[in-house]
Design a binder for this molecule. Structure first.
Ligand code: UT7
Length: 382
């Protein structure tokens, strides 16, 4: 995982909008969140998380077959944030694309990578959830700007003869709720002929109907976890941990009541990061592992919900391969060398394209001068 260093507390926020630490803590459970610096973007945060994931998995970037970035705050519509990260990593064998399913994006992306591995098409995939939500917040809307933060988390998935990994997944969407939560951008509707120019101030800012999203979230969490458990042939009693999307402590408490389980079956770290959208589940997963809450062969579940509307649950039998099981002794220096090579390769390619373009711009002039000189030699003054 990778989160920015800068912390924004509830008290800091109360200097920006009409709110208080007491209101935010009691209504959401959030105490503080991280804010990206001017130099940080979704891709740079995602890159750091990716490099750490490759280190934990002890594989080289050139071994990756696929990179998926789940995000609602990409650098561009295209090129994808995944392509930027692919090039910075030097993952020259990997396909790369962004996946847009808002806060459910990470679970969707893990399922896409899992299916690609299960068919035998690919062996190793990198799945990243990365967001710079604070860039798309309306800082005058106290109903949304207090909720979100920035960060990234990443996992490596790989084919294994050992039974386990992703056992089941339930991915769902209900686009009739598309008006409840979103980040409008300049898209095909706004750019259609005869349309008036879009209101740029409204564009790229998040809006949300908090109450409706709250009701939707509390309904689908329990429902979809039960569906994923059914598909895996398990019951809620088999789960040792649920890693939910970190949106609001009251949503998690309501889901726990609905499932008739103790609240501490759900891992919570939203108090320190707020809602980091597609990054919240992988960041929570990393901290759950660090805190010893997930052990080999544990059955755990992920559940995400958000814009679309979308929601997704997944049951996983945890089993990370140990580096000592590997035949190749891979090391940090080889990864560092590949990152350095990728960095300079990208720079040199861009530079050589710029020089080529410059030459092309100069050459036509040279050609014209040459033709003129020949006409003068031939005394052809027509
Ligand atoms: O990741 C995507 C998924 N998103 C979510 O899961 C978000 C789901 N929704 C929520 O978490 C909650 O609906 C919120 C935290 C956004 C809002 O909590 P709420 O308990 O539903 O509050 P509310 O919108 O019903 O507002 C209650 C009162 C209102 O005042 P009045 O009309 O009762 O006088 C609001 O104006 O609280 C007021 N209020 C605030 N007061 C202080 C709303 N936001 C704030 C604030 N500080 N930041």
């Amino acid at each position: 995982m990778s989160v920015p260093d800068t912390v924004l507390t509830n008290d800091d926020l109360s200097a920006i909008v009409d709110t208080s630490d007491e209101w935010i803590r009691s209504r959401t459970g959030i105490r503080e969140r991280r804010i990206a610096s001017d130099k940080e973007t979704t891709a740079t945060l995602g890159l750091k998380a990716a490099q750490r994931a490759l280190e934990v998995a002890d594989i080289l970037p050139v071994e990756l077959d696929m990179i998926i970035v789940a995000t609602s705050t990409p650098e561009n519509i295209f090129p994808s944030t995944a392509s930027l990260i692919q090039s910075w990593l030097g993952a020259n064998k990997a396909g790369a694309f962004d996946l847009s399913a808002a806060c459910s994006g990470f679970v969707y992306a893990v399922d896409m990578a899992t299916q690609a591995i299960r068919t035998g098409r690919i062996q190793k995939a990198l799945v990243i959830g990365s967001e710079t939500m604070t860039r798309v917040l309306d800082w005058s809307d106290r109903g949304t700007c207090i909720l979100f933060g920035d960060g990234a988390g990443a996992v490596v998935l790989e084919a294994s003869p050992v039974e386990g990994g992703v056992l089941s997944a339930v991915l769902r969407s209900d686009g009739s709720g598309s008006d409840l939560l979103g980040i409008p951008t300049v898209g095909s509707y706004d750019m259609a002929p005869n349309e008036t120019l879009p209101d740029v101030h409204r564009m790229s800012k998040m809006h949300m109907n908090g109450g409706e999203v709250f009701k939707f979230a509390t309904r689908v969490i329990g429902e979809s976890i039960n569906q994923a458990l059914d598909l895996a042939g398990l019951t809620i009693k088999d789960l040792s941990l649920i890693v939910p999307h970190q949106a609001n402590l009251r949503i998690i408490a309501a889901a726990a009541r609905g499932l008739k389980v103790e609240e501490n079956l759900f891992f919570v770290n939203l108090d320190r990061y707020g809602n980091t959208s597609a990054a919240s589940i992988p960041i929570a997963l990393v901290e759950a592992i660090q805190q010893g809450r997930i052990k080999e062969n544990d059955h755990i579940a992920f559940v995400g919900f958000g814009g679309g509307l979308t929601w997704a649950s997944m049951v996983v039998k945890w089993g990370a391969p140990k580096p000592e099981d590997r035949t190749k002794a891979l090391n940090r220096q080889r990864r560092e060398a590949i990152y350095a090579f990728a960095f300079w390769r990208g720079r040199l390619l861009r530079l050589s394209r710029q020089i080529n373009n410059l030459i092309k711009r100069i050459r036509p002039e040279q050609g014209r001068m040459e033709r003129l000189r020949r006409r003068v030699d031939r005394q052809d003054f027509k």
